[in-house]
Unconditional design. Structure first.
Length: 635
């Protein structure tokens, strides 16, 4: 039976002690009351609680959190761990957040990145219509160049009538780049320069982005490819000629021309001839390479990329036309003395490889790996003349480009035999660059004589450094620490050191203690053989003959052509900073393109390694498929 107490609680009563009638048993009241007053221990626990208040609580071994029961010991350890974690982790964070903020300084750019900024500016100075001032580049790097440094203040519009009167091209051949210190547009080395720039962007886009030059270099490439698309009927699938040069000597005339006049481009007022070529697999093959490589650079611009691929296919078909297989410079007195091509099979390999990467069409790969191509190109002769990349010899670059396919995709049959041979020869080419193997002579100051003692050596040095550095990046990307030169194992670091040493030589670590890149370092060429740079920008007109005053002047150029890499020293490391000696002081498009490629490959502040996958974006799965064998070779 339950009864309520005055605290609102309840207690239990023995039913036998309560009369059935509910009357109170007075005979037992005193006993009961006395017990209640004087012997509380005889009460049950509930009754004791009325008089003594709440009993002392016993320590429990567990704590009840409702849905979780935790032991005291575990709770103590958990709480202790939280306190320790707070002291070790949380407290330092709170302190760090409350301290005054200090901005972290970005790493200083390395020498190669600094020189790269300047080397790209050379191309702006060579533009026929330099509109760079109006471009609004968004530079993301923390060590970006001021916008004013991209402006070539001593340059203006020029060549606005090129090709208007002697071509079938609507709008003429306005635009493009001057090649060197002369106001001539040579399309063969111009196309090669665009291919090299595109290749460097495909491999090292992240580096260009990190130093804020990605948009800039893309603009330079597009400026060149836009112009080259004007040099043939790019809307057709079959063409019968390519315009291969603008400017140069005039035939049978005493009229002033680009060689007999020393004038800045803005003052040119003499007729400028346009050369067309009805043959030219070398020129067309190089243009195909330029368009195909650039189409990969501009994959984000779908329409333009398709235009470039179409142009590449058209000019490569021209190059492969059996009736047009004759060197573009052969017998041409206005081209051969300056850019005389010695063959075109290397351009077949070069253009075919780039078209395969751009389109994924295996017929181009079949051509590039057809045994007849390297045989006619003398690819396996292993002569110094075939192992050095230049505007005239694409063999080492084409084989390295195809070796890339073997290293990363390993397509297997039916390409493996030729790709393995290209890989082997590429390795031997790299061995030949090392001083240990005595393939090339070297100057005492440490420059490889890659062009065999001929003048203007630096463009060959830069190209060699680029190929070596890129090959090292290919090895690093696959975890290969080195390669064999005969029976000798050579570490990849040795080859990288070679590439760095050659670029260091160009940038000032040489017996002359002179940087051969204008504007880089404290001592660099001041008498560059260049019409625009040597003629004052004083708003005065200087005649064709009158301009020679500036050519012959012993004073430094009034305009520094920033970023131009000059021809370079002689075989004794001696350099003569004389404007009248172009072998020492003249820059070129092809030379600066190799310089840019080598600098970005070696730059460490901008990042490391290559972009493995972008170049393969259009390449279909090739292995383990068994495609049909390539068609028979027709010489």
């Amino acid at each position: 039976m339950h009864a309520a107490n005055h605290w609102g609680g309840s207690f239990e009563i023995n039913a036998e002690e309560v009369p059935a009638s509910g009357e109170y048993d007075k005979s037992r009241s005193s006993e009961w009351d006395g017990a209640a007053l004087y012997n509380p221990h005889q009460l049950d626990e509930t009754q004791q609680s009325w008089l003594l208040g709440p009993p002392e609580k016993k320590k429990k071994k567990y704590v009840d959190f409702g849905c979780i029961v935790v032991s005291h010991k575990a709770l103590k350890w958990t709480f202790g761990a939280l306190v320790v974690a707070f002291c070790v982790i949380g407290l330092p964070i709170i302190i760090a957040e409350t301290l005054p903020k200090h901005k972290t300084q970005p790493p200083s750019p390395d020498n190669y990145s600094n020189a790269l900024h300047k080397a790209l500016l050379f191309f702006n100075a060579q533009k026929f219509i330099p509109t760079f001032n109006s471009m609004n580049y968004i530079l993301v790097s923390t060590w970006k160049l001021p916008k004013s440094q991209y402006s070539i203040g001593w340059r203006g519009n020029s060549g606005l009538t090129d090709g208007l009167n002697d071509t079938t091209v609507k709008g003429g051949l306005v635009g493009g780049y001057y090649d060197s210190g002369v106001n001539v547009k040579y399309h063969f080395p111009m196309a090669f320069a665009m291919t090299m720039l595109s290749w460097s962007v495909i491999e090292y886009r992240h580096k260009y982005e990190n130093i804020g030059e990605y948009n800039h270099v893309r603009d330079l490439i597009k400026w060149g490819t836009d112009y080259l698309l004007l040099t043939f009927n790019s809307s057709a699938t079959k063409i019968d000629k390519i315009y291969c040069q603008v400017g140069g000597h005039l035939s049978g005339s005493v009229t002033p021309d680009d060689y007999t006049c020393w004038q800045k481009p803005e003052d040119m007022d003499y007729p400028r001839i346009t050369q067309s070529c009805s043959t030219g697999p070398d020129l067309a093959g190089e243009m195909a390479a330029a368009f195909a490589a650039a189409s990969i650079v501009f994959q984000d611009n779908v329409d333009y990329s398709k235009t470039l691929i179409k142009g590449a296919k058209t000019v490569f078909a021209f190059a492969r036309d059996p009736g047009r297989r004759n060197r573009y410079s052969r017998g041409n007195p206005y081209i051969a003395p300056y850019y005389n091509s010695t063959g075109y099979y290397d351009e077949y390999m070069w253009g075919g490889a780039w078209l395969f990467y751009a389109t994924g069409n295996i017929s181009y790969l079949s051509l590039a790996t057809n045994p007849g191509i390297p045989r006619n190109a003398k690819a396996f002769y292993m002569k110094p003349t075939t192992s050095v990349l230049s505007w005239d010899n694409k063999l080492p670059a084409a084989m390295l480009l195809l070796t890339r396919l073997r290293i990363f995709l390993n397509p297997g049959y039916p390409y493996e035999d030729m790709l393995q041979m290209y890989h082997n020869v590429t390795g031997l080419n790299m061995c030949s660059y090392l001083k240990t193997y005595h393939v090339f002579n070297w100057t005492r100051g440490g420059m490889i004589r890659a062009n065999l003692g001929q003048p203007q050596p630096l463009q060959y040095v830069a190209n060699t450094a680029f190929l070596a550095s890129l090959f090292v990046d290919y090895m690093n990307a696959t975890g290969v620490p080195g390669w064999y030169c005969g029976t000798n194992y050579v570490s990849a670091d040795v080859l990288r050191s070679f590439a760095s040493s050659q670029m260091d030589y160009i940038l000032g670590k040489n017996p002359m203690n002179m940087s051969y890149v204008v504007g880089y370092g404290s001592r660099y060429p001041r008498h560059v053989h260049h019409r625009g740079a040597s003629t004052p920008n004083d708003n005065k007109y200087y005649t064709c003959k009158g301009g020679w005053e500036w050519h012959d002047s012993k004073n430094p150029n009034p305009n520094n052509i920033i970023g131009a890499m000059v021809g370079g020293p002689d075989q004794n490391d001696q350099y003569h900073d004389v404007r009248t000696s172009p072998n020492f002081t003249e820059p070129t498009m092809a030379g600066n393109a190799g310089l840019v490629a080598a600098l970005v490959s070696l730059s460490s502040t901008a990042g490391h390694g290559i972009d493995i996958n972008t170049i393969f974006s259009a390449v279909p799965p090739l292995y383990p498929q068994n495609p049909p064998p390539p068609p028979p070779w027709k010489p």
